[in-house]
Every structure is written in C-alpha cells, then in structure tokens.
Design a protein around this ligand. Structure first.
Ligand SMILES: [Zn+2]
Ligand SMILES: [Zn+2]
Ligand SMILES: [Zn+2]
Ligand SMILES: [Zn+2]
Ligand SMILES: [Zn+2]
Ligand SMILES: [Zn+2]
Length: 386
C-alpha cells in the first residue's frame, strides 16, 4: 500500500526559496520598518528594543538580540519580544549556538547585560504570566520602570484581580466578557509604573510612595464588599495630584507619554525621550515630601509577606489586597529631590532620572528592502562547545 509522499523538506527550488525570502522580508518590514542589515552590537550598551531568543539561549545563558538580528538571524527561532530595555548590548554576535549573519565572526560575550525571567517568556507575578503568549493575552500589561518586568492591570489592582479579562474572549462562558471594566487609573493618566518589589527595595522610592504624583491603589475604608460589588467602590487611588514643582529646583518639564503598555504586535513603542538638562550648581533645598502613613503601612505589610513567602516574593495574585505598586504621574520622576542629602539615594535609583533616547536603526523605505547577506534565515545552529 502506497501513500502520497510529500516532497522532502530538504529540497526547495530556487524560485520558491526566493519567494519565501521575499515574503519573510515583507513580513519583517511590516513588523519593523527599519534596516535590518546592521546589528547594534558595535554601539555597545543602548536603550533599544530587544527580543529574547529561546532557541539560541538557555535558562543559564539567555540571549537577547537587537531588532536587526531578530529579523536577519533569528527569524525562524522562538523569540520573545521584550520591547525597550536600557543598557543592553545585542548578544547575537556573542552567541555560541548560532553565527550572527550580520557580523559573522564571534565577538566577546557581553558582561554588562542583565537578564531575568522575562527572557524565559515569564512575566508578571501571577500564574498566567508564567505561560504568557502574546497571541492569547487579552489584558493590557504595564512595564515597571525599574525592573522592566511587565504586569497585568488586574495584578496591579487597577482592575478586579478575581475577575481578570479572560484570555479567550470568544469563550462560550456566560460571564460578561464583553464588558471590560475600565481600570481605576487609565494608562493615559500616569507616565510610569514602579512595582512594589522595586519600591520596597529602595528607601527613596518607598519614601515617595503614595505622596503627590506617586499614586497607589488602596482599599477604601469601611466599605462592605457585599454592598459594593464594583471594584472602584472598594478601591481608591491616593497621590493623584501632581506635585507642585519647587521654584528653586524646577527642572525642564518634558513631554511624557503614557507608560509602555504591552500589547501583541505593538509596532512602535517608546515614549518621547527627554534631552538631558544641565543640573544647577546652586545648593538645593530638600523637597522630600512627608511619608504617607497608609502607603508606608501597605509597603511594610508587603515586605513582611514577601519575606515570609520567600519562594514567591510577592503575594499570590488571587488575594484582593493592597500590593504597593506605584504609578508615577508625568512630573513625579523629574521632581525627585536631588539635594545634597538625597543625592546618594538618587544615584542608586534603579532607573535614570531621564531616559536616554531609544536607539533606532535607520528607517527603511518599503520600496528598497535591503537583502541581508545570505543565509538570511535558518542558518544552521552551531553545536555549543562541550
Ligand atoms: Zn544584533
Ligand atoms: Zn536564535
Ligand atoms: Zn545577528
Ligand atoms: Zn499577572
Ligand atoms: Zn519592578
Ligand atoms: Zn532632598
């Protein structure tokens, strides 16, 4: 008995191969309208868009690649889009598993890059985040300015965490999946998120939490949950007012966009970067606000629960409790006190006061797609040395 035998995968006609390459390039151009023939490695650490390649990387040795390498060297690999990362150098030319199609010769390994579980495709603090799939994820995720991890709005208490948006909105369930609640704070209302883990790890951030411009979602007092079915009836946001800039220490206001919101296939991402402004040499008065007692209580409780639960350094997402995440209004970051006594703490902040501009490769014109040097995709993996 015979079966029709498909053509072996290894045999491809040249026209079919070229067609496939052209289609891949068109798809790549839609995804990223930049030239894809220049790896950013030689520029050193940059604030740039990065993808983790799980085909080339391992748990112990993750590999983050620039946009050009993602398209030109790893197009058929298992990529996790990580959006913009600070101080990152492309790992593609340093990878022992695959040769960089753009730089060719193996380069020294990067020692300054930092990695995390995002490189393994795990995000947020919840079980759902461990199986993150951009095609299935229906809920907006917000990036922490400090650790650059991504969190579901419901895991940030912006929406009811007991009733997150179902991943499959076409589910036949009778729940009203079409009525997506608007979050307590829409992403247009704040400029950055700093997650509670990063807040409690830094004394200056902890001091600012819950003060003007440093919003925190807190439970309303004396509310009977049975009588207040709506999330917004049970939770409040403190710190909603912009801090008034002190006249003597005012820095240039910068145009801030809303925070980076992770959505599948986001085409262009970065908020407008701020040019550096010279710091004044005149002595500055300290502008640290008085601590917010409620925020301090919440953060102390978060730190205690994290210490007691060392395996999961955050409370389980199912618990409807205050978590201590902080949402920075647009002027909050630029008004961080830089007086002489605060400066040592400012210098150890887990993020810069002003972002450097995001590196962007030269824009490509759709009609003149460059043809990167062969092999474009699917170059063989080089076995790692034993
Ligand atoms: Zn690269
Ligand atoms: Zn790869
Ligand atoms: Zn490469
Ligand atoms: Zn989550
Ligand atoms: Zn964080
Ligand atoms: Zn100060």
């Amino acid at each position: 008995m015979s079966r029709p035998s498909p053509a072996p995968d290894s045999i491809t006609t040249l026209p079919a191969h070229l067609d496939a390459q052209a289609a891949l390039r068109r798809e790549a151009h839609d995804w990223m309208p930049y030239r894809v023939d220049q790896c950013s490695y030689a520029r050193g650490p940059l604030r740039q868009r990065i993808s983790s390649c799980r085909t080339c990387g391992t748990e112990d040795a993750p590999v983050g690649v620039c946009d050009a390498c993602a398209v030109s060297c790893h197009a058929e690999h298992d990529l996790v889009e990580l959006f913009t990362r600070r101080d990152f150098t492309c790992d593609c030319p340093t990878s022992h598993r695959a040769r960089c199609a753009l730089l060719g010769a193996a380069q020294p390994r990067n020692t300054g890059n930092t990695y995390g579980r995002n490189f393994l495709g795990e995000f947020c603090r919840c079980e759902r985040g461990k199986r993150y799939d951009p095609m299935d994820e229906a809920e907006s995720m917000i990036e922490c300015l400090a650790c650059q991890d991504w969190f579901h709005e419901s895991c940030l208490n912006l929406q009811d965490p007991c009733n997150p948006i179902p991943a499959d909105t076409d589910t036949s369930s009778t729940t009203s999946s079409s009525t997506i609640e608007s979050p307590l704070l829409p992403s247009t209302a704040y400029a950055h998120l700093v997650c509670s883990g990063c807040i409690t790890a830094h004394p200056l951030l902890q001091r600012y939490a819950g003060t003007q411009g440093w919003c925190m979602v807190v439970p309303r007092e004396n509310v009977d949950p049975a009588a207040a079915p709506e999330w917004a009836e049970r939770w409040d946001v403190i710190g909603r007012r912009e801090p008034s800039p002190p006249s003597s220490t005012k820095r240039a206001r910068s145009p801030h966009g809303s925070p980076l919101v992770k959505r599948p296939r986001l085409s262009s991402s970065s908020p407008t970067a701020t040019p550096p402004t010279p710091t004044s040499a005149a002595p500055k008065p300290c502008t640290l606000p008085a601590p917010n007692p409620l925020a301090q209580r919440i953060l102390a409780s978060f730190a205690a629960s994290a210490a007691a639960n060392a395996d999961a350094a955050v409370p389980p997402s199912s618990s409807a409790r205050a978590r201590g995440d902080v949402f920075l209004l647009p002027s909050a970051r630029e008004n961080i006190c830089t007086c002489a006594s605060c400066m040592p703490d400012v210098q150890t902040l887990p993020f810069p006061l002003e972002d450097e501009p995001e590196y962007e490769p030269v824009e490509d014109s759709p009609g003149t797609l460059p043809c990167p040097p062969p092999p474009l995709v699917g170059f063989p993996l080089i076995p790692s040395p034993a």
